[in-house]
Every structure is written in C-alpha cells, then in structure tokens.
Ligand binder design. Structure first.
Ligand SMILES: Cc1cc2nc3c(=O)[nH]c(=O)nc-3n(C[C@H](O)[C@H](O)[C@H](O)COP(=O)(O)OP(=O)(O)OC[C@H]3O[C@@H](n4cnc5c(N)ncnc54)[C@H](O)[C@@H]3O)c2cc1C
Length: 459
C-alpha cells in the first residue's frame, strides 16, 4: 500500500511545527511534500536581523539537511495557486499539480499598506518578509530620518532596532493612542512618554493622505495640512491572511479559514494553521484570528498530530502580545479591553509601571491583563510570565482574586497559592511531555513516549 501523502503549503512556524509533529508520531511512515514560496525562516527574528543582533544566516529555520533528515520532499520557491478539494489536488505556479491524502494550509499573512497615493514609491517599505527586511536594511543608516506609519505591535517589534541603528524616528498613528489593539489609553500614555524621553517623536490621531517624492526625499502629507519629511518610510499598517489562492475552493471562511478544535477545515482532509486559521480563542471559546507566533506553533502541532492519525484537540490560544521597547516591557493577554469585566488598574509613574487586571463578568478566573514596566524589574519578579499563566490557566482564584484586586503589585503569592504553577507545568499542547524539535527525525529516532503513543493509535 502506498504511504500516506501529506502536503503542506507554507514554510513558516505553523508548517514546520506540523512537520515535526507528524514525524514525532509516524516515525517516517508517510510522505511529506512541502510547497513553500520562500525558504523556511522565522519572521519573528527579523527585527533582530534589522538591528544587527543576529546575522542573516540565523533567520533560517529548516535547512535542506534538516528537511532531508525529516524525510520531506520540497517544492521551495513554488507558490500554490489553486486548490481542488474534490480531486484532492493543489496546483502550483508552474502549472504542476500535487495530489494529497491530506493537506495543511499554512500560508501565513502579508503586510498591507495604507491605500494612499505614493504608498508604492521607492523608499517606502513594509517589514514582514525577509526580502522586505533586506530592502529596508539596504536603505536605513545612522542619521536617516525615518517615519514609521502605524503604531501597532509590528511597529514596536522593529522600533528598538531602528533607534539602536541611530535613526531619527517619528511614529504616526491614526488612532488617538499608540498600540490601540494591545494596551489601553492609560498604558499608551506611559509608553508615549517613555518614547519621547528616548528621542522618538510620536504623533497620534494623524491620518496620512499621500507620500510624495521631493528632491530624493519623501514628503508625507497629513490630514489637516501638516507634513513630514523623511529619507525612509515604513508602513506598518496591518496584515491580511494569504487566502487569495483558495478562491473557488469552497472552504468555509470568516476573516480566515474556519477550523474546528482539530484544525480541520470544512473540506475533508484539509487542515489550516497559523495566521490563516480562524481557530478557537481559549478565553472566549469563540473563533478568532490570532496572528501570533504561539498560535502558529500550537496550531501546527495539533494539525500535525491529527494528520498523523493521532487524535488531539486544541484548547484554544490565548491572545498575547509581548514587546520590549528600549527596555520598557509592554504586554497584554486575553481580554485586556473587555468592557464587561471587573477590573483594577494601578500605576507607579516614577517607575514607569502600570498594570490592569480583568475578570470577565465578575467571575473568579482572570480573563485579561495589561502590564508595563522596566524590563529588568518585571523579569526579576517574573510578573509578565505570571499574568500570562493566570490568563492561560483560566481557573477560579477564590479569595485570591480579592487579594490581587487589593494589591495588583503582588502576583507571586496568589499565583503559587492557587496551584497555577502545578497545572501549567503539566500542560503541553499535545497533552504529554514534548520531544525537543531537533531530536525528531524521519525513520531514525523516536522518543519512547512518542513510540508508545503511536503504538496505541492507528498510524
Ligand atoms: C517583524 C515581525 C515580528 C514579529 N514578532 C512577533 C512576536 O514578537 N511575537 C509573536 O507572537 N508574533 C510575532 N510576529 C508574527 C509571527 O511571525 C506570525 O504570527 C507567524 O510567523 C505566523 O506563522 P505562519 O506559519 O502562520 O505564517 P508565516 O510564518 O507567515 O509563513 C507562511 C509561509 O507561507 C508561504 N506562502 C504564502 N503563500 C503561499 C502560497 N500560495 N504557496 C506557497 N507558500 C506560500 C510564505 O512564503 C511563508 O513562508 C512577528 C512578525 C513579523 C513580520
């Protein structure tokens, strides 16, 4: 009997986690075909590459040798252009087709620029792919005047590197406050002050109308008659899941591809994972698009297990964003902007510290949190990790909720006393101790745990 053929489209975090997950369980028994437009690399490390903290060679995730060791046949540099779910067939941009027994769609997202005249001028950049990072690195120099359009999470991941490169930086944002989808206005006010103190100019409530080329520089025309001048413009104005190639495939879609808790789409034998998948949010129980690394990793592992024939359900992903800006840590988890929550917010202006804790509907389980503070203070007390754990655990806190509301600066005692540590330590995505990714190979070595699990299942 022919080996089962898994086809994986996309070479990012979701895809590589699916591949290692399949191999952990099936011991090399299946065929895996990887179709990826780009050679596999991590988008998340691109800010470090921009800031010269890592070299270009460190962005790659799966080398050709590693793919061979995992027994993966590759179609790198090829784009999938169509999906026929009845024939179980993917068409590639060179006209070739690849048939599958099961398929994982893990095509991630792309950056979207604000639709203004001049958005495509040379010297106007997005920062989402390695090619785009190379383009920016080639142009940006110490002393360059840079305008960052959009003050969302992605802007903040590159802000550190830009400042450390010695550019003169202005950030403009359409919303009234920075990081509008990550922190509340109180938190945003603290971060704005911090940026200004570190020489970054911040303008909020500003609409960009056009970008013009004037004597080799860019002129940004703002609503209301204002303008800015720049050597380099970076548009961090949003992302969109890469779904265009699935037009006509008949998959049920919302903002992304709708999946169940096994990452199955509405079509038989078709899975979706990562930025393209509208999967379950752990706190709300509703489907949501979470374009974050932990979601891609978890989705990929769950999809891979199920593709290998091992029944694994996902508990859902907790929305989380953590970013360090010039040594100020900013993080939010779960339902941080829930209008129906009981909440407490405290601030220590002299220490740049702020936190807001939320309990939905006056329940006893923490459902959201925002935390801001100087990095070395927060990591010294592990408070970022504790809040992430509390929201992720989702268990009632009993009387400790009141204690936290009375003193939100003291997190460690409630965290330990409510047993969250023990529960979270036992929890893994696949419900068992995980195998280090670099120890997984095709038909070479399988952990005893994985072998035992595989033996209990029909693979
Ligand atoms: C600069 C930057 C910083 C980030 N920092 C963080 C962070 O700190 N924390 C965090 O949680 N998240 C962060 N993210 C987001 C995180 O990187 C993404 O959520 C994650 O990469 C999603 O993984 P994915 O596998 O779904 O998609 P991707 O990693 O985007 O991979 C998708 C792959 O599919 C390929 N592809 C697309 N279309 C096709 C097609 N038709 N045919 C074949 N191949 C195709 C692409 O070339 C790509 O290789 C950051 C992203 C960027 C850009």
């Amino acid at each position: 009997m022919a080996a089962k053929r898994h086809v994986i489209v996309g070479g990012g975090t979701a895809a590589i986690n699916a591949i290692t997950s399949i191999r952990e369980f099936d011991q090399g028994a299946s065929d895996i075909v990887l179709v990826a437009e780009e050679r596999p690399y991590s988008r998340m490390v691109l800010p470090y590459y921009l800031g010269k903290r890592i070299s270009r060679s460190h962005v790659w995730t799966l080398s050709p040798d590693r793919l061979a060791a995992l027994g993966v046949t590759t179609q790198i540099g090829r784009r999938a252009t169509a999906l026929d779910t009845a024939q179980q067939r993917v068409t590639l941009d060179n006209g070739e087709t690849v048939d599958y027994d099961d398929l994982l769609i893990a095509t991630g997202s792309s950056a979207v620029r604000a639709p203004v005249p001049g958005a495509d001028l040379p010297g106007v950049h997005s920062f989402w792919t390695l090619e785009q990072a190379d383009g920016l690195i080639a142009e940006v120099k110490a002393g360059s005047e840079v305008v960052l359009v959009g003050a969302g999470f992605i802007s903040f991941t590159i802000l550190n590197s830009l400042v450390k490169l010695g550019v003169r930086l202005t950030v403009i944002e359409l919303a009234p406050t920075i990081l509008p989808r990550m922190i509340d206005p109180n938190g945003a006010a603290i971060v704005t002050r911090w940026l200004e103190q570190h020489g970054v100019t911040v303008q909020t409530g500003v609409r960009l109308n056009a970008i013009e080329e004037v004597a080799g520089r860019k002129r940004l025309v703002l609503d209301g008659g204002g303008e800015l001048s720049a050597d380099v413009v970076i548009m961090a104005t949003g992302i969109r899941p890469n779904l265009g190639w699935l037009e006509g495939a008949g998959l049920e879609m919302g903002r992304g591809i709708l999946v169940d808790d096994h990452m199955r789409t509405s079509a038989p034998n078709v899975y979706a994972a990562g930025d393209v998948a509208e999967a379950f949010d752990r706190v709300t129980g509703q489907r949501a698009l979470h374009a974050i690394e932990p979601a891609a990793m978890e989705h990929g592992r769950i999809a891979g297990a199920n593709m290998a024939g091992v029944d694994r359900a996902h508990r859902g992903t907790v929305l989380m964003n953590i970013v360090d800006v010039l040594d100020l840590e900013i993080a939010s988890f779960g339902l941080w902007d829930d209008a129906d929550a009981e909440s407490v917010a405290v601030e220590k202006p002299s220490q740049w510290a702020y936190r807001r804790l939320l309990w939905h509907g006056q329940g006893e389980a923490m459902t959201g949190a925002i935390i801001i503070g100087i990095s070395e203070h927060l990591w010294a007390t592990n408070d970022v990790g504790i809040l992430k754990g509390l929201v992720q655990d989702g268990q009632p806190m009993g009387a400790w909720k009141r204690a936290m509301m009375d003193n939100p600066w003291e997190l460690k005692r409630p965290f330990v006393a409510t047993g969250h540590v023990g529960r979270l330590l036992q929890e893994t995505v696949l419900g068992r101790p995980s195998t280090p990714a670099d120890e997984v190979n095709a038909a070479r070595w399988v952990s005893p745990e994985a072998a035992a699990l595989a033996a209990q299942t029909e693979v």
